[in-house]
Ligand binder design. Structure first.
Ligand code: SAM
Length: 405
């Protein structure tokens, strides 16, 4: 096969085409560079502050593990484009991929920073679970990432960053709920807000792996783009905090007729004078058939029902994304919408489904948003679907507005 030369960002790589390379993922790689840069900045500041308070805090060298590296393009870009990164490990299980990575590392003069590794990603991460953990681990597999989660949640440093892609959208979007359960430990359902449901299934899966080791996650940014989802989460340790994990999960009662949804938490926390009590909610939260259209409900989940982004982080990111990135405009657009998303309102309504159910003409986004705002509720777009809304309005209010607009 003829050798192809590809330039992306500050890297120029060669590949025979036998190793995975997808130009569409440039947005994913650009965004990851921006996220890791912002994270590294924050992380170094946190370490510096901790060092001031206690002795023996480790030095703040940053190592990134790209566990599934293919051509090495991403690792080379991380080494060249992220300030403050001392070491990147580009790993792949395929011999052909490792040959490509080795050549590309030399070609780009980053052999002082990028080391090449030829291992099974899980084995490599298990070797780093007790010591020599990584500040950043990037998992960008074919399809489902779940079999790399057990090792990655252990191999990342305290407060470190995991970047995880999933491309098996059919499974996550409700086409085979039983497969979704076996891979992610949650039932996916065919709901119009399936992209957000997919993100939330992945987050609950990561947290459940972390919990086994007394760890928990804090999502910085979660997105749906093109044919995949990608989440950026920090991992921390703390047995007490892990007790709250079940409070961040809900089942989704989804009406098969009108696409309405109701969330039902697994556990409720009642905090009383700094004393935490946990209670199992009574249920179910809805009657067997939907009050609006009388169709039966399906029950999906559990999904992550806590925030999927950190507003503080996204704001900082938006202020610091390098405008030299080729997909800068797209990143800026997506992050601006994300910054406005209602953080405490999981899932969303799509306009076509709302109007299709009632057989009424589709209102403009403006009309629906104004009606909800005038009725005293919050409303936002979501980056996951252009013609949809998030709102804290009760279902009945949304349907009443749709009937009378
Ligand atoms: N991150 C790359 C990029 O941005 O261009 C693309 C990675 S590609 C989607 C997935 C890679 O994972 C393939 O090169 C494949 O050889 C590798 N892979 C699959 N299973 C693996 C395993 N168990 N350990 C390490 N690498 C693996």
């Amino acid at each position: 096969t003829p050798i192809k030369e590809i330039t992306e960002g500050s890297a120029t790589i060669s590949t025979s085409g036998a190793v995975f390379y997808n130009p569409v993922q440039e947005f994913n790689r650009d965004l990851s560079i921006a996220v890791i840069s912002t994270f590294v900045n924050d992380y170094k500041e946190e370490l510096k502050a901790a060092k001031g308070q206690q002795t023996g805090v480790e030095n703040n060298k940053i190592t990134i593990l790209e566990a599934l590296s293919a051509t090495g393009l991403r690792s080379i870009r991380y080494a060249k484009e992220i300030p403050g990164v001392e070491r990147v490990i580009a790993n792949d299980i395929s011999t052909k991929a490792v040959e490509d990575i080795k050549q590309n590392v030399v070609k780009n003069n980053v052999d002082q920073i990028v080391s090449v590794s030829h291992s099974d990603a899980s084995m490599l991460m298990y070797q780093h679970r007790k010591s020599d953990q990584f500040e950043v681990i990037d998992l960008d597999p074919y399809g489902c990432p779940s079999h790399f989660l057990d090792s990655s949640v252990q191999a990342v440093k305290e407060g470190g960053l995991l970047l995880i892609t999933a491309t098996d959208m059919a499974v996550l979007a409700g086409n085979s709920p039983e497969t979704c359960y076996s891979k992610y430990g949650a039932i996916s359902i065919r709901i119009k807000s399936c992209h957000e449901m997919a993100v939330r299934i992945l987050l609950q899966c990561i947290e459940s792996h972390a919990n086994r080791y007394g760890r928990y996650i804090v999502p910085l940014l979660s997105l749906s783009a093109d044919f995949y989802i990608r989440v950026f989460v920090r991992v921390f340790s703390g047995a007490k905090k892990c007790k709250f994990s079940a409070t961040k999960l809900s089942h989704v009662y989804h009406c098969t007729g009108c696409d309405s949804f109701t969330l039902h938490p697994l556990i409720i926390a009642k905090t009383d004078k700094n004393h935490h009590k946990f209670g199992i909610p009574s249920g179910p939260p809805v009657s067997k058939n939907c009050e609006e259209c009388k169709h039966p409900h399906h029950i999906g989940g559990p999904i992550w029902s806590a925030p999927i982004h950190s507003h503080e982080f996204v704001k900082k990111l938006l202020d610091t994304v390098p405008d030299s990135l080729k997909t800068y405009k797209r990143i800026e657009g997506v992050l601006s919408v994300i910054l406005e998303e209602l953080i405490d309102q999981p899932l969303y309504y799509t306009l076509d489904r709302l109007s299709g159910t009632l057989h009424v003409e589709m209102p403009s986004m403006m009309v629906l948003r104004s009606a909800l705002l005038n009725a005293g509720y919050m409303v936002s777009f979501t980056h996951m679907n252009k013609t949809s809304i998030k709102t804290d309005a009760p279902k009945k209010v949304v349907w009443d507005i749709m009937r009378c607009w």
